[in-house]
Ligand binder design. Structure first.
Ligand SMILES: [Zn+2]
Length: 396
């Protein structure tokens, strides 16, 4: 696909049905170039005309939209004891979702994952473009699919290649916080924002950085927000360093503090902790003030460097956000440079399926993005999109 054709496909895929005039304006394309690009996409069954009546009445406008079922993508988010997934079409509409038990620390974890994905892929009618997998850990690089994850108990595990070989399908792996950030930038509130941060609170603390509309990946990974230093003389972290933000502000750190203080029994859950803190303001202050302040200061440091417009806060820990908010906002405001104190904060309720949707977004992005990190798997996804389109245009 030539560049302008890909641009047109990307614009239609991410913005929904759009008029030819709007496309030409947005992309700065001449009439003939646009006609050539749309003809290429029509011929391959990737786009179709959609009639839409204007709200003001009058003649319906003819818009260009994506042929949703020209391809399908599986996305899955892994946790240590279960996997949550979705199957979407090209318009990112969820066709079905699933949740399966999965033990990442089991001897045959990858075999188990392959069986699970095979079962789901058998349900797909038409072309499977690829599988996106969100991992709570470090993936490098995205298409070799090697994963390190303390949470899953994985050390240098070659997940991507094994699954790709077994299912004969492109597999793209990404850090799960990054999959959320990509989903926000393609389909969520981040669509109209060039620079934003996604933070996740919970068992770990993560960050996805979208800079100039693209996920910032660093050279050796990025967004290890849980491991910025929060206390000079802190306790040892899972990563081996001392005083990391996670040792103060992760869910297990706060729960451990509550248990050590004798407020809760050893087997207590976060839900019990939140319930207790909501009932007793003194305990709430004792347990949540420092984590909230440390999180606010750490985030202020990042904001001062990147100057984002928007901050998303998500993860299973946001169920207790009411206990963080006041102290967090105060610490944040007192450490952000005045000229940069213009960002909005949105707290997204916890939603496992959204992370899985994010995992499909890395595959869709590989097929639609202008300048994604180019590699063998994403090229294969693109090829499949073309094959899918051909099949679709013959069938219709
Ligand atoms: Zn650490």
């Amino acid at each position: 696909m030539r560049d302008s054709t890909n641009e047109v496909l990307r614009a239609i895929a991410t913005n929904g049905p759009v008029s030819r005039a709007q496309l030409a304006r947005d992309l700065g394309l001449s009439g003939p170039t646009l006609t050539q690009a749309t003809k290429y996409l029509f011929d391959r069954g990737l786009i179709s005309e959609v009639k839409q009546s204007p709200s003001t009445g009058g003649r319906p406008a003819t818009l260009l939209g994506l042929v949703a079922n020209a391809g399908q993508v599986l996305g899955i988010k892994l946790a240590d004891n279960h996997a949550v997934g979705v199957c979407v079409n090209l318009q990112s509409e969820i066709l079905w979702s699933f949740e399966e038990p999965f033990s990442s620390r089991g001897e045959d974890a990858i075999k188990e994952l392959i069986a699970l994905l095979k079962k789901q892929s058998r349900k797909i009618k038409g072309q499977l473009l690829g599988i996106g997998i969100g991992i709570p850990g470090v993936v490098s690089p995205i298409d070799s699919g090697t994963a390190d994850s303390a949470m899953l108990g994985w050390n240098n595990v070659n997940v991507g290649k094994r699954i790709s070989d077994a299912l004969n399908t492109p597999v793209l792996l990404e850090n799960d916080v990054n999959t959320l950030a990509i989903a926000e930038s393609l389909y969520g509130h981040g669509r109209d924002v060039s620079n934003f941060l996604t933070i996740t609170l919970g068992r770990g603390i993560g960050m996805g950085l979208v800079i100039n509309g693209e996920l910032y990946a660093g050279s050796y990974g990025a967004g290890e927000f849980g491991h910025v230093n929060a206390l000079a003389a802190g306790v040892k972290c899972e990563c081996g360093k001392f005083g990391c933000l996670e040792t103060v502000a992760s869910s297990p750190a706060i729960l451990d503090a509550a248990i050590a203080a004798g407020y809760l029994p050893k087997s207590a859950s976060m839900a019990q902790l939140w319930a207790l803190a909501r009932k007793d303001k003194k305990i709430a202050d004792e347990l949540f003030t420092e984590p909230a302040e440390r999180l606010g200061i750490a985030l202020a440091n990042v904001i001062n460097v990147f100057g984002p417009e928007l901050i998303f806060i998500s993860g299973e820990g946001v169920e207790g956000w009411d206990l963080w908010e006041k102290h967090f906002k105060k610490a944040l405001a007192s450490h952000v440079v005045a000229t940069m104190n213009k960002f909005d904060i949105e707290v997204d309720p916890w939603d496992d399926a959204k992370w899985a949707l994010g995992a499909t977004a890395i595959v869709l992005q590989a097929s639609l993005s202008r300048n994604h990190r180019s590699n063998a798997s994403s090229t294969e996804v693109k090829n499949r999109l073309r094959i899918a389109a051909k099949i679709d245009s013959h069938a219709s």
